[in-house]
Design a protein around this ligand. Structure first.
Ligand SMILES: [Zn+2]
Length: 385
């Protein structure tokens, strides 16, 4: 490398930009992506070349970060037109690329919500997406508020240790209950940049230390009507103050979480209503069926009774001219004062005259009884005893 402009030096770090050293030694990541070969090609052919979205680690040590560049390589010629070098122009596209990835991930989340994926799946996906996109290590946690808004339940926190999630599950909302309990209580974001010194974390400091957590920024997730749905928190391994971009990211994802949770609630309400409607419908169907059966049975009975009445009337008419007792002989112990009209008999050969009511009663209740035949002698003639 012969020379570099100040921006190049500040971007890549002085350690990585030294003149008099071969570029391949300074930036081995360029060689891995075929950039040094491309550079050699430009030098040999004299044709300019470009390469987009080249991944480079810029800065060094604690400040090291992954960055993206569009590179243009132009030949450098002397007075006779011979190629004597290659000019490398890099335009950093990290921000653009980052924003594109963020928007793509966010769109995927919205699609997931729209096709009614389970809430835990959506929140887990969201947490992982933010963790993957953040340039520094962050750990995302989503807690869900109970319907009364007084307690917070575990929602999603794929990178926090299980013992931590279990300890936090069910915490009360209130002043001094860490960042999340307090944010839920205040309905305002709570930014704790150093857990070890912040009074809001007094009761949870040891727990956080065990989980290697140093900072926690929490934002309440609010419904459109202002109701508390939960909290969205970003944890950090070292004490940190949020940048504007962090706050923008938080607002975006707290809003997305609100959408997912509200959607989930309305689906649950709908499912409950449907189950109720279904069971009410089943009850109604059962009642209707029972009523239909009762009516059918009643109709059968009414038909049978009508037939019997017709039979009795015919028998009474046929038997009217025969000699018969004045009064009904039926009715058991208490004698019946009604006039005798119809003669009945049983299969044992016994016969008696009765009023229509008692005859009907006997015909219905005593299996062997029938209206006496034309001979009016019952079955006596046929029975051998
Ligand atoms: Zn009678």
């Amino acid at each position: 490398m012969e020379t570099a402009n100040p921006t190049f030096v500040t971007t890549f770090g002085e350690e990585r930009v030294r003149t008099g050293v071969a570029l391949v030694d300074l930036m081995p990541d360029l060689a891995e992506q075929g950039l040094i070969a491309l550079l050699d090609q430009v030098y040999r052919t004299g044709e300019p070349r470009t390469s987009s979205d080249v991944q480079v680690v810029v800065d060094a040590g604690a400040q090291a970060r992954e960055a993206f560049f569009d590179f243009t390589f132009e030949p450098y010629r002397d007075a006779e037109g011979h190629v004597t070098g290659v000019r490398m122009i890099g335009v950093e596209t990290t921000q653009v690329k980052h924003a594109q990835r963020l928007m793509a991930e966010h769109r995927a989340l919205l699609e997931q919500i729209a096709r009614q994926a389970p809430l835990t799946e959506v929140l887990d996906g969201m947490a992982r997406c933010i963790e993957n996109l953040a340039p520094q290590e962050i750990l995302v946690s989503v807690l869900l508020a109970d319907p009364d808004g007084l307690h917070l339940r575990h929602g999603a926190a794929p990178s926090l240790p299980d013992f931590y999630n279990q300890a936090i599950d069910g915490i009360a909302t209130g002043e001094g209950v860490g960042s999340c309990g307090t944010a839920a209580h205040r309905r305002q974001p709570v930014i704790v940049t150093d857990i070890t010194t912040d009074p809001l974390w007094t009761d949870f400091k040891n727990l956080a230390t065990r989980a290697d957590l140093a900072a926690c920024w929490s934002t309440p997730i609010l419904a459109r009507d202002g109701g508390l749905l939960g909290t969205f928190a970003m944890y950090h391994r070292t004490p940190r103050i949020p940048q504007d971009t962090d706050l923008a990211l938080t607002r975006l994802f707290a809003g997305t979480a609100a959408l997912a949770i509200e959607r989930h609630h309305s689906e649950q309400a709908q499912r409950t209503a449907e189950a109720l409607a279904r069971s009410a419908h089943d009850d109604l169907a059962r009642a209707v069926r029972a009523e239909q059966e009762l009516r059918a049975a009643a109709e059968r009975r009414a038909t049978a009774a009508a037939e019997l009445t017709t039979q009795l009337r015919a028998a009474a008419a046929a038997q009217a001219t025969l000699p018969h007792p004045e009064q009904c002989q039926l009715g058991g112990g208490s004698s019946c004062a009604e006039p005798a009209e119809i003669k009945i008999a049983d299969s044992w050969g016994d016969a008696a005259w009765g009023c229509p009511d008692h005859v009907e009663e006997a015909l219905i209740n005593v299996r062997s009884v029938f209206i006496a035949s034309e001979e009016f002698g019952g079955l006596a003639a046929y029975v051998h005893r």
